[in-house]
Design a protein around this ligand. Structure first.
Ligand code: AGP
Length: 611
């Protein structure tokens, strides 16, 4: 998620912009920039110095022109185009008289930029955002506001933008669709930002813009119209939050906020992955179709939650592509003397793209001649730079140490990869690939529906208070879900929890089951559901407290449970994306009840860059 800010009518707009960008740094970013309106021209500086970009901007901005009253600024979390000064916002049009900052994903950027180039525009970046400032350049004959009104209907995807025009020095125009934009008014100042924390230091007179509305921000006033030009009253925001609460969007912690962002993380990861003719396209993958078609084995290496996402992918890859798929814990992989060759596709899964165990495992795979790709949430991370191909999740920065939205986005990205490989190998026909993509596209709604049952999950967690021993069981794709549920619980509550394949209990672990042991089992309808119920009976008969993740309305399963975590039914191979959600919520509630800091659990770091 990028950060957007603008100020007009200010004695020192640069100070407001830099302060606002600092307040947006918590969102994570890899580059930053600012533009000021100076007389009849624009001044701009941009930095791609990672998380030091705003500080670097402050140094560069000492050369800013005095006397400017209007400017815009941006912190970028790269989705299209690597982090670089050229890709950093603000983006200029061909004349240098328009500057734009953008948060979101313009889904139809490819077709729009093709048309712009045909009409003689020079695009200076690899980003989707830049297409918009050139579209505006073509529509300026009646001013910036009218230009924005004309361009919005041509965009698909999500955006919150702020634009300035050297020819209208006191004006900032804002617009949004699907991603927030907040307006503010202070003494003689007009303000705009992608979210509340950026403006809290200046004013609490804040207003929310609605989708496809156009905001005209001038010194001391804002005017809002619909895309048709009808004037509307913007919704005033009452903000009681302090800065930290605002950065968590009012949630108690980042983990809670990020669990709530899971539907969008899944939806964004699926955005513009399918062409009009139904074929899947993974733009950034960089591996040619013939390279993918030649693959005869897949090896996936990862750690922690990423490893669990990889285990889910194993079932999908082998079922849809018939490719033998090995999944290794990265820290073990390179020491087992693995057998790879030029027809092996080695996949590293890592939200940070920096986990050293996974990076080293990928290097070993490349050393043996395998094609190496990475599924990562960070554009241009170390793994992304070293891999032959990359597939980005688009979950936005994940700040809580316990991975939630990135884990879901990883599963979705890996299943997209599996479907794309199946499509190229011809092991799944177009109709089935289309059907499965449609099912994937329904997941954001099902995840949101499951998140809406938080209170019921809280009640189950409260009933388990005091329990000290947890087993998480699953079969088939329920097994990786069980592992992830156990990891979530142990890493934020510090309670003992083991994830196990349910069929394995009778080979030893069942000796641990006794009254008071809590067994959480994933019992939704997958190919091994009946066997799962038999395993549930085994632990019930030994006095365990049984919590079952069950499909809505499945009373046959529910009657075997002391507590039920209901989920909407999902195609089995896609079900981990939904079934893990109640387990995240269960772990969260138990950890909070124990008074733990769920964002920064003891002994853990968000990224493990040591072996
Ligand atoms: C998951 O909740 C943990 N924070 C941890 O297991 C994490 O998944 C693991 O360290 C891998 O991180 P990565 O995805 O950045 O490689």
């Amino acid at each position: 998620m990028c950060g957007v800010i603008g100020a007009t009518g200010a004695q020192d707009p640069l100070e407001i912009i830099l302060e606002g960008l600092h307040r947006l740094e918590y969102r994570g970013y890899d580059s930053a920039g600012v533009a000021l309106v100076e007389g009849d021209r624009l001044w701009r500086v941009r930095e791609a110095d990672g998380t030091r970009s705003v500080a670097a901007l402050e140094v560069l901005a000492r050369g800013a022109p005095a006397g400017s009253r209007t400017g815009i600024g941006h912190t970028r979390w790269a989705t299209h185009g690597r982090p670089s000064p050229e890709n950093a916002h603000p983006h200029f049009d061909c004349t240098g008289g328009l500057a734009l900052v953008h948060n979101g994903i313009i889904e139809n950027h490819a077709e729009l930029s093709a048309g712009l180039v045909e009409r003689g525009h020079t695009l200076a970046s690899e980003t989707d955002s830049e297409v918009l400032v050139h579209l505006l350049e073509e529509e300026l004959d009646q001013g910036l506001v009218e230009a924005v009104r004309r361009c919005l209907p041509r965009l698909r995807g999500s955006f919150s933008v702020a634009v300035v025009h050297a020819g209208e020095p006191e004006l900032i125009v804002g617009a949004r669709r699907a991603t927030p934009l907040v307006l503010g008014v202070a003494d003689g100042e007009g303000l705009v930002a992608s979210d509340i924390p950026a403006l809290l230091g200046r004013t609490r007179r804040l207003f929310a813009l609605a989708d496809d509305e156009v905001a005209e921000v001038r010194p001391g006033e804002v005017r809002v119209t619909t895309v048709e030009g009808r004037v509307v009253e913007p919704t005033a925001l009452t903000v009681e939050w302090d800065l930290e609460a605002a950065q968590k969007a009012g949630c108690d912690d980042f983990m809670s906020k990020e669990m709530g962002e899971q539907p969008k993380a899944v939806a964004d990861t699926l955005l513009d992955r399918r062409k009009a003719d139904g074929t899947l396209v993974l733009d950034e993958l960089r591996l040619r179709v013939e390279e993918l078609a030649a693959v005869d084995k897949v090896v996936i290496v990862a750690c922690g939650s990423s490893y669990h996402a990889a285990l889910v992918a194993k079932y999908a890859l082998e079922h849809w592509t018939r490719l033998p798929t090995e999944v290794d814990i990265a820290s073990e992989f390179r020491y087992r003397d693995p057998v790879l060759d030029g027809r092996t596709l080695a996949v590293g899964v890592s939200q940070s793209g920096e986990t050293l165990d996974t990076l080293q495992a990928l290097r070993e795979a490349k050393r043996q001649g395998a094609k190496a790709m990475v599924v990562s949430n960070v554009v241009d991370s170390s793994m992304a730079r070293e891999a032959d191909g990359v597939l980005y999740t688009r979950a936005g920065p994940e700040i809580g140490v316990a991975s939630t939205k990135c884990h879901l986005a990883q599963i979705v990205a890996l299943e997209l990869l599996a479907l794309t490989l199946a499509q190229h190998r011809g092991t799944r026909g177009r109709p089935e690939v289309t059907e499965l993509f449609e099912r994937l596209s329904e997941l954001p709604g099902k995840v949101a529906e499951t998140l809406g049952r938080r209170k019921e999950v809280d009640q189950v967690a409260d009933a388990l208070a005091g329990a000290r021993d947890f087993f998480f069981l699953g079969r088939h794709v329920g097994f990786p879900v069980a592992l992830e549920g156990a990891l979530k619980l142990k890493e934020i509550s510090y309670l003992r929890a083991e994830g196990y394949p349910a069929g394995e209990l009778k080979h030893g672990p069942i000796a641990l089951i006794e009254p008071g042991t809590v067994v959480v089992a994933v019992a939704t309808r997958n190919p091994l559901w009946e066997k799962m119920l038999s395993n549930v009976e085994e632990v019930r008969s030994r006095g365990a407290t049984v919590v079952l993740v069950a499909d809505d309305g499945d009373e046959e399963t529910a009657r075997r449970a002391d507590h039920v975590l209901w989920v909407p039914p999902v195609e089995p191979l896609l079900s981990p994306v939904v079934n893990v959600v109640p387990l995240q919520l269960l772990a969260y509630r138990l950890a909070r009840a124990l008074g733990h800091d769920v964002d920064r659990p003891r002994n853990l770091a968000k990224t493990v860059t040591v072996e």
